[in-house]
Design a protein around this ligand. Structure first.
Ligand SMILES: C[S@@+](CC[C@H](N)C(=O)[O-])C[C@H]1O[C@@H](n2cnc3c(N)ncnc32)[C@H](O)[C@@H]1O
Length: 248
């Protein structure tokens, strides 16, 4: 199937399996109903040691970069943690998305996690307006939304660039921690190509960390060649391995 990033791409069909969206284009799930929240927390939040990094407050703004916004689950997990802090620093969470999901599909996330505050009306409307703008003018591809913390008025800013990874990633600023979540490499090589990884390295500083559910051999080799220290970890649940690391 042709992969054409587009806000209205009819090929980006989504099927619901057991209430969870599955991309027919990539033949992969967006999140898992059982344990998806815990998996995101384990792989990306803990994999990047976000709790200790935010506690240290080494940066005036902590930048998290994500490949693959999807349903927004990773953002909500990170936001939930940030909201639980008593005096958090500023966070900017920057993601990209070539095939934005529609409202009814995003709302399946709310149904899967009814005890969490996820997609609410104002957030959905803001997202939909941004996609409409992008559909009319492909250069207008940035959506921004900001939350303010009740304890100290710190902000958590979400920015999502719409379009292909090759177009969006060069628009990222320097990142402190990466969430690499672009479907499995076997099903979606573009999100893990050497061009993508080189761009990730360009947008990293020494010490910038990354985490991903994948532990594919080619990925480990390519990251090491680009100067990243790569560590294998136990994967979430029944998954044997995942990898984390940082730029030397
Ligand atoms: C596994 S999903 C991301 C899940 C997401 N992090 C979440 O929390 O729901 C991977 C995402 O990458 C997007 N994607 C895949 N290939 C892409 C490409 N070449 N450029 C931009 N986005 C792409 C897909 O549309 C999908 O939303």
């Amino acid at each position: 199937m042709e992969k054409d990033p587009s806000p209205e791409n009819p090929k980006n069909e989504i099927e619901l399996k057991d209430g969870v969206p599955v991309s027919l284009l990539f033949d992969d799930v967006y999140f898992s109903k059982q344990g998806g929240w815990e998996e995101s927390s384990y792989v990306f939040l803990e994999g990047n040691q976000i709790p200790s990094k935010l506690a240290k407050k080494d940066h005036s703004i902590f930048y998290i970069g994500e490949l693959g916004f999807g349903s927004g689950l990773n953002v909500f997990v990170t936001l939930d943690f940030w909201k639980s802090l008593s005096n958090p620093s500023l966070v900017t969470f920057i993601s990209l998305e070539g095939f934005p999901l529609k409202r009814d599909i995003l709302l399946t996330l709310n149904k899967s996690y009814p005890n969490k505050t996820l997609w609410f009306e104002d957030l959905l409307c803001s997202y939909e307006s941004a996609i409409k703008l992008w559909a009319d003018d492909r250069t207008q591809n940035l959506w921004t939304y900001t939350w303010t913390h009740s304890s100290n008025q710190s902000t958590f800013t979400l920015q999502v660039f719409f379009g292909d990874v090759g177009f969006c990633l060069p628009q990222f600023p320097k990142i402190h921690s990466w969430y690499l979540d672009g479907f499995s490499p076997g099903k979606n090589p573009d999100m893990w190509s050497s061009d993508t990884l080189k761009e990730i390295q360009k947008k990293s500083n020494p010490g910038t960390s990354f985490a991903t559910f994948s532990s594919a051999g080619f990925l480990r080799r390519n990251l090491k060649e680009l100067g990243f220290v790569v560590e294998k970890k136990k994967g979430f649940g029944r998954k044997r391995e995942m990898i984390t690391g940082y730029l030397k």
